[in-house]
Each structure stands twice: as C-alpha cells, then as structure tokens.
Design a protein around this ligand. Structure first.
Ligand code: CA
Ligand code: CA
Ligand code: CA
Length: 552
C-alpha cells in the first residue's frame, strides 16, 4: 500500500477565526463500488471520475416545470428614461432572491422535473451548492450559475425585444467547470439521453416549447462540443442579433448533465452594443503526446519482481530503475494499481471500477493505462515488473498476465515498457477479452489531467485486443509542473474554508503552521475534525485535487 503516514492540515474559517485542523484518514479508505451497485441517486464526489451513470432511480418521464413564476419582460423605469433603453432586464443578475436562491428578476428558471440542482444566485468563488472553487462574477456581486448533486437539466431564459435601430449584439460572460472532463451533446435537453453533458445558448421563438431544440431554435448561439476544454474561466461571447431587429425573441441558456457535476456561470448579459470582452489569459498547453500503432513485440517473461495484490489495491512506490521523463517531469518511481494502470502521483487512487475518461482533471491523473478496468488479481494471473538492460538503454517492463476481470470470465494479458533516455512508452497486449459488463481505458495522461494520448475508441469503452501494440511519446514545452499555491476550499456543509496541506507533520507542527496562516484577514487555529462527513471532506481525492492542495 502507498504510505499513509502523512497527516493533513486543514484550515477552516470558523466564525471569523481561521482554524487549522489536523485530520487522519479513516483506515477503511474509499468504499468499494461494484457495477451492480451502480444505482445513482446523485453525484458522489468519492467516485469521480464517473464513467457509468445510471438514470436516477424512479425518475419519471421528462416533464418541464417552472420553478419561478413566469416573469413578463418589462423595461424598468430607469431604462425607459434613458435615451437608449436596454431591452434586457437584469443582465448582471444583481436583482435576485439572495444567495442560494434561484430567483432572478426578469429571468425565468425552468428545471426538468426530477432534476437535481438549478440555476442559482452565485457570489464569491464557491459554487452555489457544492462549494467547488469557481471564478467570481465578472460584473458586481452576483452571477447565475448551475450546480447540482445529480443528473438534471436547467434552463434560464428571458424574452427580449431586440432594438429596431442601432447595434443588436448579444454578449455574455461564460464560465464552465465540467467535472465529467468531456462534453456529450446530443440534440436534446433531456438528461434521460445518455450521455448528455452540455451547455448551449439559443435564440428561441418565444412560442416554442421551452426545451425545444428543433424548429423553435432561431439561432444556435453557442454549444459545448465534444473535444472542447471541459473547464474554462469567464470569457466574453458575442453574437449579432441583427436579423431579429424589432422582434421579441427568447434568450435561453440551457445546461444538461448526467455524467458528473457541471457548473456553468453566466454574467454581464447585454443586448445592444457589443460589450467589451474580458481579458482572458491565453491557454497555454505546454504538454503534448502522441499515440501510434506499432508491431506487436512484447518482452518475454518471467519478470523478476512478482507482486501480490488484492482487489482494488495500489502498490508503490516501486523503482523504475532509471530516470524516466513523462510530460517533462522526471520520475524514478512509479505506483501500480491492481486495476490495470501505473502512475506517478503519490497516493494514486486504485481507479475502481472501470476505465475512466482521459484527459480529465479528476483526481486521478499522471498515469499510463494498459488495460484500466476492474481487474481482479485474487482470481488468478500474475502482475510483475523488471528493469532490464544496461544504462543508458534500460527499460522497465510491467506485466499483467492472465489477470481476470472482477466477476466475469474475461482476462487481460498486457505489458508496458518504459524506455530510458528515449522516454518512449509501449503497451503490448497479447489479448484483452471483450468484457461482459466492464469498460476499459488504454492511454496516457499528463499530471494536470489536461492532455492525453490514445487510439480512438480505447477510452472508457468495451473492446477486445489481440497481439496489439501502441507507442506513446510525451513532451512538454515548459518547466516541470509545480503545484499551484494552496487555496482554501469551502465546505458548504458548515460554510467554513479548509486548506489541505499534505505533508508529514506532528500536531505541534500543524498548530505552529496554522499560526502563520491567514485567510480573508483572519489567523489560523488548530482544531479537531468532529464528524465523519468532515473527515470524508478532508480526504476527498477529487476535492484535494480541485484545490491543487495535495500530491503535487
Ligand atoms: Ca453580475
Ligand atoms: Ca485524470
Ligand atoms: Ca478490481
């Protein structure tokens, strides 16, 4: 097992005082989930990344329901007196029913019946329900933001008279935080269509059904397409509505999720003059990777170091035997999961119970997946590794031979070879059986969970392989990645902020460290975690990762 000797430090903002909390992980570790237990009532943070989502139990047929009374578009007095009245009301969402509420003056919110979550009034840097770290509103104090505990579909709209003269641009600032890691955009707003994980903006005929994506759509302004970056900070989107001059149209923002949490933030909606675009730092993709099929030529066994692993277990660190560069970072050790992958993060999760999506910044990054699925080593086969050759031409071979999948007859025989100096990775698969009820992932992913390489069709999919081989290369244009500065994260349960500082420390050291810490103008204190829920929050891999607080 990976060493668990560390203690974490948590900072919590409590009644105006900052509290530093020492917190020990519960010995049980994450609960073990089986595919036959996949009855999803909501998004469970402990199980990110999600790849298999079932429809919420007992969910009824889609039925659209307004959660706020239909609000007629009226031009407020101040606007009427202005020489160029804005046809849009409350585009900055400052007029609202209060934080945590989903009432916005001038706007109508519609949630699919049975949906979890809504469009909420959002302020500060925490998402309205879950407290995920998000960007603050771009204009004044409030934005409209989706948040949820489980699958759903959420619409925010306003009927607007497009001015007959002058400029007719629609502009809005948009924030996306899609924890599913990728988008799925079927042409429906129903969360009963799987997968459906999208945000779209439409100009709709006000007489069309509110969830229409057919003839009622007069203009598709924006849609999150598969392959787009899953998360992006606020940026300004502008489109011309000149063709609708003099008409009343419906501006509709629609978010659907049934894969994982999805925060969409909207602020500074204007109709008229083109609004000044936010300055957005250029996305710097420093990491690159390739994947290509090559001839099958595995190394022959036996391999010197045989590992005895239980189900859903991670072992390491194990020696690579040389210095290996992966996406620009040097490693001499690796961790191995009994579920068919190796990786370079300390405290690497075991990836139970199916091949995850890559790239996905989901708390399990920086990995090489040979046959990531729910393997079951106690059922047979062998997992072993060996460093072969002499420097500078050594290679590490990690082999899974005849390892069965959990609860089914399928087995996998595959190996990965890491080459010294060339820093090339090869996966040679003698056979991988089609699974009865599991999915596989094969590929590599960088430390940020933003870049991956794989052969199409081999990510979170069921497929078989025979005598197959793939070569992967990685490179990075920047310096080795550094963990970002730690920032406290809100626990919505008690509205306190926590900072997880993963390091080996004593209680005294933790207290001393707390005394030096400050957040929002107040000092830290040492306190004790008092509930199981709080303990779970402390040690949530996804949450730690989202905050970039641990594991570097
Ligand atoms: Ca605002
Ligand atoms: Ca990942
Ligand atoms: Ca397993």
């Amino acid at each position: 097992m990976v060493s668990r000797s560390h203690r974490a430090i948590l900072l919590t903002l409590l009644g105006g005082s900052l509290v530093l909390v020492g917190c020990q992980e519960s010995p049980q570790g994450p609960s073990h989930i089986r595919p036959d237990e996949e009855q999803i009532h909501g998004y469970d943070l402990s199980r990110l990344p999600r790849t298999l989502f079932a429809r919420p139990q007992g969910s009824a047929a889609p039925e659209w329901r307004r959660v706020t009374p239909e609000t007629r578009t009226t031009v407020p007095r101040a606007a009427r007196q202005s020489p160029k009245p804005s046809p849009l009301v409350n585009g900055s969402f400052e007029l609202n029913g209060g934080v945590g509420n989903n009432v916005f003056t001038g706007w109508t919110v519609v949630d699919l019946a049975g949906s979890s979550g809504s469009w909420f009034v959002q302020t500060g840097d925490a998402s309205p329900l879950n407290g995920f770290q998000v960007e603050p509103p771009t204009d004044a104090a409030f934005a409209a933001m989706t948040d949820q505990f489980g699958p759903g579909s959420h619409i925010l709209y306003q009927d607007v008279l497009i001015p007959s003269k002058g400029s007719a641009f629609l502009s809005f600032d948009l924030f996306l935080n899609n924890l599913a890691g990728q988008f799925a955009t079927p042409n429906t707003l129903s969360p009963d269509e799987f997968p459906n994980q999208q945000f779209r903006v439409d100009i709709l005929n006000p007489n069309a059904p509110v969830a229409d994506v057919g003839a009622g759509v007069l203009l598709l302004v924006y849609r999150t397409e598969p392959g787009a970056l899953a998360s992006s900070g606020y940026r300004t989107i502008t489109v011309s509505l000149q063709q609708f001059r003099g008409q009343v149209v419906r501006i509709r923002f629609a978010e659907v999720d049934n894969q994982s949490f999805f925060q969409v933030g909207v602020d500074r909606v204007t109709v008229g003059k083109r609004s000044k675009a936010l300055k957005v730092p250029k996305e710097k993709i420093r990491d690159r990777a390739t994947a290509a099929l090559i001839p099958f030529a595995p190394e022959s066994g036996p391999f010197a170091n045989v590992l005895t692993l239980g189900d859903d277990e991670t072992i390491g660190p194990l020696p690579i035997g040389f210095e290996f560069t992966f996406f620009g970072n040097q490693y001499t050790e690796f961790n191995l999961s009994s579920n068919g992958f190796i990786g370079f993060e300390p405290d690497m999760p075991n990836g139970c119970c199916g091949g995850g999506v890559i790239p996905s910044d989901d708390g399990l990054n920086n990995l090489i997946a040979l046959a990531w699925t729910d393997l079951y080593p106690p059922g047979g086969g062998e997992i072993a590794y060996e460093t072969r050759g002499t420097g500078p031409h050594r290679r590490l071979v990690v082999s899974y031979t005849g390892v069965p999948l959990f609860g089914e007859a399928a087995t996998v025989t595959t190996q990965v070879i890491l080459y010294e100096r060339k820093n090339v990775i090869e996966i040679h698969t003698a056979h991988q059986d089609l699974a009865a009820f599991h999915i596989y992932t094969q590929g590599i992913e960088n430390a940020d969970g933003t870049v991956a390489a794989f052969i199409d069709g081999r990510v979170a999919a069921d497929y078989s392989l025979t005598n197959d081989a793939v070569r992967f290369t990685t490179k990075s244009s920047g310096p080795p990645s550094q963990p970002e500065a730690a920032r406290p994260i809100l626990w919505p349960e008690n509205r306190h902020y926590y900072l997880i500082v993963e390091q080996t420390t004593t209680w005294q050291q933790a207290r001393a460290a707390a005394d030096t810490m400050k957040f929002k103008g107040v000092h830290g204190h040492l306190a004790t975690v008092t509930s199981e829920a709080e303990n779970a929050f402390c040690y949530h891999p996804a949450r730690q990762h989202r905050g970039r607080l641990a594991g570097g």
